[in-house]
Design a protein around this ligand. Sequence first.
Ligand SMILES: NC(=O)c1ccc[n+]([C@@H]2O[C@H](COP(=O)([O-])OP(=O)(O)OC[C@H]3O[C@@H](n4cnc5c(N)ncnc54)[C@H](OP(=O)(O)O)[C@@H]3O)[C@@H](O)[C@H]2O)c1
Length: 286
Amino acid sequence: MGIGLAIAKQAAEEGARISLLARSLDHLEKAKQSIWEAYKVEVSTFPADVRDYDAVERAINRAGPIDVLVVNHGVYYFEELEKQGVDVVKTMIDVNLMGSFNVIKAALPSMNKDRKHKGPASIALMSSMAGQVGTYGFAAYSATKYGLRGLAEALQQEVIANNIHVSVIFPPVTETPGIEQARKTMPEITKIILDSTVEMTAEEVAKVTIKGIKSGSFSIPCRLDGRALAMATAGLSPERSFFMASIEVVFAGLFRFVGLLFQWNWYRIIEKNNSRKNQSPEVSGD
Ligand SMILES: NC(=O)c1ccc[n+]([C@@H]2O[C@H](COP(=O)([O-])OP(=O)(O)OC[C@H]3O[C@@H](n4cnc5c(N)ncnc54)[C@H](OP(=O)(O)O)[C@@H]3O)[C@@H](O)[C@H]2O)c1
């Protein structure tokens, strides 16, 4: 199960009215069916490509009022930049970054309308730990996920007057159909680095996401290591909790130190792998 469906299922369990948008009609129908079977909640589905602004706008207008907009869609192809096609880089930027602008732009007019007379609303963007730290093979993907944070920080300042909270979620590697596919072709070094981390399930990420949205958190890390990474990379991002802000200030130096240890370990892995490659005998076709 993907992270989006897991979030939709948990929201359905809590009684939310749900609309889903994705390209594949077949996947949407299956998602709708599984939510109905589990919770007897009717779901509206909208087949659209987030790269197509007009299609997204039509879908959002048909979906009706939105209190919580979860911008979860995303694609990832892991490869060294030198080998990765420019078309693949462009696809990731268009879907992950431009697609997020399209969804948010299309939803903003109705979300902003008459907000002061309603309760708070939320816009949640699905970034990744790859949006906090660069990893071998992730150049294009990381660029898109870092981009979402910049979008979120600026947007939060623009929509706060209308009582809209912006959140950014930073999951680690998560067991989903997408990551299963990506694992088949990722570079060896990327695999070694990712294998040194512990995966989460889509349900676990969904649970943290919904809890974070409810509490109005700007930054939503998914685990203790994610929380430490969020503190190490907090920069000038908003923090609504006085307690968390105090921890960030007090432990900033320590988190920087731990971050450097991680970097040192990754560069050691890369160096080892490169020297093993250089030592292996050339295969000759003669
Ligand atoms: N899995 C991980 O390890 C991981 C870790 C951190 C962050 N994330 C992020 O979490 C999000 C979900 O990832 P996932 O692993 O659950 O992926 P997934 O299983 O591949 O699901 C991706 C979803 O995005 C939709 N999508 C892709 N391209 C689209 C497009 N052009 N227009 C509309 N919808 C589109 C897909 O539906 P269609 O194909 O039908 O369009 C699918 O529903 C992504 O943003 C990903 O970057 C994932």
